[in-house]
Design a protein around this ligand. Sequence first.
Ligand code: GDP
Length: 297
Amino acid sequence: MFENLSERLGGVFDRLTKQGSLSDEDVKTALREVRVALLEADVSLPVARDFVNKVQEKATGQAVTKSITPGQQVVKIVHDALIDTLTGEGEPGALKIDNAPAPILMVGLQGGGKTTTTAKLAKRLKDREGKRVLMASLDVNRPAAMEQLAILGKQIGVDTLPIVKGEDPLAIARRAKTQASMGGYDVYMLDTAGRLSIDEELMQQVEAVRNVTNPRETLLVVDGLTGQDAVHTAQNFDDRIGITGVVLTRMDGDGRGGAALSMRAVTGKPIKFVGLGEKMDALETFEPERIAGRILG
Ligand code: GDP
């Protein structure tokens, strides 16, 4: 088990002589520990390096406050810098879904939790915002995925677009749009196909669906435990499709949340929600404070 960062830094500073302000050397020594802690929390190396440099600039020369130890002081600077990096613009979890029916495009790789998250989010919009939501699965290559969405829809009391055999994803997207307008829905969610890895066919399909529906939100759903892979996936989808936000799933697992920091630092896209389990209520808005606490250990 790793010691938490506060304990580690306490140890480091105990060994250093007491001075009136944080010296270059003090800060450097402390930041070596911070870097190790970040890497242990699965933050990618370039992001950890940049982050530590940023903190170093802030910390060097700061007067040592009497009420807290130098170690605690560095932890506070690191904590504030984490919050800074993790905080996106706007209210976390706020979706742009005015102008009914608002399309939400759900994208991501197979197994990342896309279908589950589509249903969780639909339930949340229904329960908390009183929205009428229609869900449609475009995953024609995996009939089981289409069935799964229909089953979840029944379970949470959200309508799904009836499945028509042999229809292609674009036709389904168009039908969802028409059905949402005619049926007086506030939001329609499109659960796009997932694949094991990003390929050209998948991207073309998602792109075509995007062009037909002009989504208000395009949310990438990625497994938060996959660290660097999650960040690559986000970069790829953003370059090609343009995403408006990220949902990190499996944050109930024992990962330390470093993917969140790398994600924000590399893509600049807000993390809107985190998935905290398999149940339909296990979706929460992203809280930078919580993740910062987890990364610091
Ligand atoms: P998709 O292929 O991306 O549509 O993935 P699914 O929605 O089918 O999810 C794959 C598996 O991950 C299912 O067993 C889900 O119950 C599970 N899952 C999804 N989100 C979470 C989460 O936040 N935490 C946990 N523990 N499991 C999740």
